[in-house]
Design a protein around this ligand. Sequence first.
Ligand SMILES: [Zn+2]
Length: 372
Amino acid sequence: MLTPEDLQRYSRQIILPQVGQAGQERLKAARVLIVGVGGLGAPLALYLAAAGIGELILVDPDHVSLNNLHRQILYAIEDLRQPKVEIAARELSKRAPTKITTHTQALTEENAADLIQSADIVCDGTDNFTARYLVNDFAIKHGKPNVHAAIFQFQGQISVFGANQGPCYRCLFPNRPKNAPSCAEAGVFGVLPGVMALFQATEVIKLILNLGDPLIGRLLLYDALAAKTSEIKFRRNPNCPSCGPNRNESFLSKAYSDLQSCEMNPTVPELTPLELKQELESPNPPIVVDVREAHEREISTLPNTIHIPMGEIADRIQELDPNANLVIQCRSGGRSAQVAAYLLGQGFKQVRNLATGINGWAKTVDPTVPTY
Ligand SMILES: [Zn+2]
């Protein structure tokens, strides 16, 4: 039940006909698990608490360090070396009446079932594949929606996995990556996790209130440098080891070994424009798939490409031969890396990304091609 203080505190939200008192009560009754209270989890927790979520369950084994502060805005200089979840609980309690439950250990195979079952919705704010696969697989197993976000340098992604029979992270990326750089090597643009965390908070609240179109079966990508978003639509993979009918626990647990990486997704092999030029002149040239939009092809194109815009890849996947030697190309190599990772996840055998895209080709191979 909402208190008189609640009615006042949330009045600007309650006045929205899509929320109302009934919606605010649903938010108050909701329990949301946030795995990782760092760049994503800290701003996510702030906004979920402010919105009136009844209980936040925070899981993070880390302590606050100085190099966290440029993005993890719950924490201050006097909090250095303190457990993040405890500082987060203290700071959130100052701001909102949300109940905060804290866990100072990492999410593991041993505690994941209990933690995930204790929540209505799970938020993946982790920064490594081990935890990302753990969150995904246990959320699927226990029928909880998993609101996922990940960041890498200037790029972010967000999706809602496992809700309403929708696909999961492993439908996109069944296997863990082989070689990925560590967090310290990768770097992160400080505001980016905040942007993605607010996308997450929005999706959490929409799920609780059953509002709008949730990001189910859609991976929304945000490129901060280009100030652009794009989207990959994807379906449930009937052979998915996590959400498919033949869930494979032994396959899944192989991903839970200690693998630390800040990348968003498994890495894909790539080639440079010069290498592509040489291969295109060889007796067995690869097939180049241009995943840009039609209006971009009016500016520049490579010879003999197949054109499938990124947003149509899942619907038109049957136009591509899974055994063919494919090179995926876009403007500068970002979107094409996502599509290449998706195709590899769908069982395509030989897929590479054209690093630096057609703009890189213009710079290093053919200066007559315009850049944009
Ligand atoms: Zn799946």
